[in-house]
Design a protein around this ligand. Sequence first.
Ligand code: UN1
Length: 495
Amino acid sequence: MADIYKNYINGEWVDSSSGETFENRNPANHDEVVGIFPKSTQEDADRAIAAAKEAQAKWRLVPAPERGKIMRKVGDLMVQRKEELARLMTREMGKVINETRGDVQEGIDTAYYAEGESRRLFAEAAPSELPNKWAFTTRLPIGVAGIITPWNFPVAIPTWKMFPAITCGNAVVFKPATDTPACGGKLVEIMTEAGVPKGVVNIVYGSGRTVGMRLVEHPDVRAISFTGSSDIGKIINAKGGQQLKRISLELGGKNAQLVMDDANLELALDGVLWGAFGTTGQRCTATSRLLLHKDIHDKFVEMLVERVNKLKLGNGLDESVEVGPLVNEAQQKTIDEYCSIGKEEGAEMVCGGKIPDDPELAKGWFYKPTVFINVKRTMRIFQEEIFGPVLSISKINSFEEGVEHLNDSVYGLSSSIYTQDINNAFRAIRDFQAGITYVNGPTIGAECHFPFGGVKETGNGHREGGWTVYDFFTEWKTIYVDFSGKLQRAQIDNY
Ligand code: UN1
């Protein structure tokens, strides 16, 4: 029997005002319904926003370290329920159990980090230019934040956004992806159990078009944090921008790993297998381009194909499985289309490229891990985000050409170089156009206490993670205190 979920608005679990619902199914076995969820309306979103606004007026007055203690409790409860959450996540979106455990752990780390930051919301002070006058700054919450999240990290990404938002004294309305609503619901349940007051966290299930857009358009939502595609991000930025909202966008990627002729090839191989086929390639940080120096190209391709062909596909609850299904049928179709496009464009497919014929996998949205070689910069499979287990390989003649290839993208999230040459490693750090560069590590594996985000069309300049996201969720206020007892005019009386 599928579990029935409800919205959480103003401290109560409620159905949608429409009475309508939607279901989600296990992508490894589409006969299995994971849960049934309210299909919410604009009115439901409005009620949640009103509740958040009211609750925030009190929440902002709670000392930040007190808010932080609740975050610690959230982390403790997540530790207790880690396995339960991980198993639910694998059933809901398909990635293998070790990865879903990692996803929950990233949320736990984010909770404990939030507790620490609650005592470190540092602000600065500097001398006033006038005598008997002090000047300093402080940081205040923004108000109500709309949290719109994707399905590929159904616990970690919502925690990156909600925990700092709430720790800073904001209230949130959370709209999880329709492919992973159950994980979002469990997370909110934990937050309420840990003591996040009613109205400070609300969850409203439903489509991006109805619920998500209402958050973006409602004047009482002053901040939006969104992770998803660049196309939707641009719409959110344009709509929310009309009201001059603060908007943090974490969007697409077309991340590359450059392997130089002096690299440790075994290490680079482990890296690219994990980077390209972990999470079935469904990460914004996934390695989707591999740039191989000409002197190691043929050998590396041979080593890679041998390993890719051995990757075990299946239901992610089986601990021996390495690659789970895609999240849904549409995604499977997209991947298949890109494989046809790659072939038509003249790239050479050296493995994969089809839906597996294994009858055991017939009820899931599986796709064989795919590798293309001879991929040219003008090809769509070089340029476009595919979000699946497809790796495009290009041969490069030099480090400089590698940098040029790597930077030839509208995106700039993550990047990686494998080399033993310290000079090239540092040149890469300086010259790769990306928010994240790994040296001798794959393009995935960001840690929650560091800034996370990218350049170009990957975002709009904000960073999640680390201390930087605390800046996003606070307003700076400058305070001048004049104790001279007379009018002192800045820029005038001292000159
Ligand atoms: C994402 O790709 O959507 O660095 C987030 C990583 C993870 C987070 C990825 N810690 O791959």
